[in-house]
Design a protein around this ligand. Structure first.
Ligand code: NAG
Ligand code: NAG
Ligand code: NAG
Ligand code: NAG
Length: 380
């Protein structure tokens, strides 16, 4: 039997791949890899293990309150047995589990309940306001509640998460998609979506280096949180012609250029985690293009997508929308990614997190590789 390692956190559960993926040349999404670096296969048994020891044990069935159906949850601690699962892709004939593709997933186990052991999106828990994952068959025609997927986490690199967003099953449906995390109830670890759903339902504000929420329309410098990874963010003349690229000063202590954030949501004055915004350098340049960040072309040499400046001419302008998430290192340290699902909730994006690459001594920002943790410094 194989095992898939998972990192659990309060907000989400992430898969850790054993081997980092290279850029995919084909249009088929990359296979999800198990802890030995092999693609997950249809019909094979896998354990799902958290990789962080204090976030529970292997995935298993939970008898929530002494009655059927059982819920999807975790062992209380690592080292316990757990139950293996079997994945069945939605696409007929597909033998491999791929990123962002719907599958059914069921525990490979017999239970005292008559229900199937397939995972199913359950009801909203009235107390936590989170949707639990239960077992059983969705009786609706498309059975959308039985389809889950594995996707790259915004941390980029080799980290994944499990979510419910069955757009392969129903491409024209609008789902209230969610990502699986855990919820502890009476000492039992249950799997639940909607971890970030706070009472207000607003995600936490992103904080600047003085602990204040980032504001719309205010100038901030972006500093790398790790000192040997270049200096402040700035505009880069890549090859003597316009447009300019988004990059970094060569060393710390240099000036850099401030940016201004504009939330996608009208009237929102604060920059929040996981929410889309436009970001532009607050500077005049010799180029006629705007100084807004835009997802650029893939660099043929490194296969990474650069961040350039200019306006996306598409109707939704999705290429101009970025977001900020907490970096896993903790503190008020963040990472920037491109994944504009607020701008287009039904689009399938090849999301990525901002890192850097050095080209002819110039530091350019790029997705699809390393990740630079950053802090935000309000311009005095
Ligand atoms: C147990 O949970 C089910 C829903 O899963 C509910 O219908 C039932 O009333 C609960 N029973 C008790 C004893 O709380
Ligand atoms: C975890 O501990 C709680 C409280 O002791 C218990 O009710 C529950 O059954 C345990 N979970 C598992 C999967 O054994
Ligand atoms: C500079 O880069 C642009 C794309 O950003 C490209 O169109 C142009 O051909 C390049 N010019 C030189 C001199 O390499
Ligand atoms: C960094 O150094 C390279 C090589 O000397 C130079 O071409 C580039 O302009 C420098 N970057 C900045 C932002 O000054």
């Amino acid at each position: 039997m194989k095992s898939m390692r998972l990192i659990g956190s309060l907000s989400c559960i992430m898969l850790v791949m054993a081997i980092s993926a290279v850029a995919q040349p084909s249009s088929s999404p990359a296979p999800v890899l198990d802890s030995a670096g092999r693609p997950l296969q249809r019909g094979v048994e896998y354990y799902i293990n958290p990789a962080i020891t204090d976030s529970g044990g292997r995935f298993t069935l939970i008898n929530r309150n002494g009655s059927c159906p059982f819920y999807v949850g975790q062992e209380n601690v690592s080292g316990l047995e757990g139950l293996p699962v079997i994945f069945t892709p939605f696409v007929e004939g597909e033998t491999v589990i791929r990123e962002n593709r719907d599958f059914r997933v069921a525990f490979s186990a017999a239970t005292i309940c008559v229900q199937s052991t397939a995972w199913k999106l359950g009801e909203k828990d009235p107390e936590s306001n989170r949707r639990l994952i239960v077992t059983g068959e969705d009786q609706s025609s498309r059975r959308t509640a039985n389809y889950f997927r594995i996707e790259k986490a915004s941390d980029g690199g080799d980290i994944y998460q499990i979510s419910w967003c069955p757009t392969d099953v129903c491409p024209t449906c609008r789902f209230d998609c969610g990502t699986a995390g855990n919820l502890v109830e009476n000492g039992k670890r249950l799997l639940a979506l909607d971890a970030v759903a706070q009472p207000s339902s607003s995600p936490a504000p992103v904080l600047d280096s003085a602990g204040r929420p980032l504001q719309r329309g205010v100038e901030y410098y972006i500093n790398p949180a790790i000192t040997d990874s270049g200096g402040r963010f700035t505009l880069i003349d890549r090859n003597g012609s316009c447009p300019l690229y988004v990059g970094q000063e060569n060393g710390s202590g240099l000036e850099g250029l401030p940016v201004i954030f504009t939330p996608f949501v009208e009237g929102e004055t604060v920059i929040r985690e996981g929410r889309d915004f436009r970001v532009a350098f607050s500077a005049a340049t010799i180029c006629v293009q705007s100084t807004a960040w835009k997802l650029g072309e893939r660099d043929p040499e490194t296969k990474r997508r650069l961040i350039v400046t200019g306006e996306d001419q598409g109707s939704r302008r999705a290429g101009n929308y970025f977001r900020i998430g907490k970096a896993s290192v903790g503190g008020d340290i963040y990472q920037i990614s491109w994944c504009p699902t607020e701008v287009c909730p039904i689009c399938k994006f090849n999301c990525g997190t901002v890192g850097n690459l050095v080209e002819n001594g110039k530091r350019l920002l790029a997705l699809d590789g390393n990740v630079i943790p950053v802090t935000f410094e309000r311009k005095a």
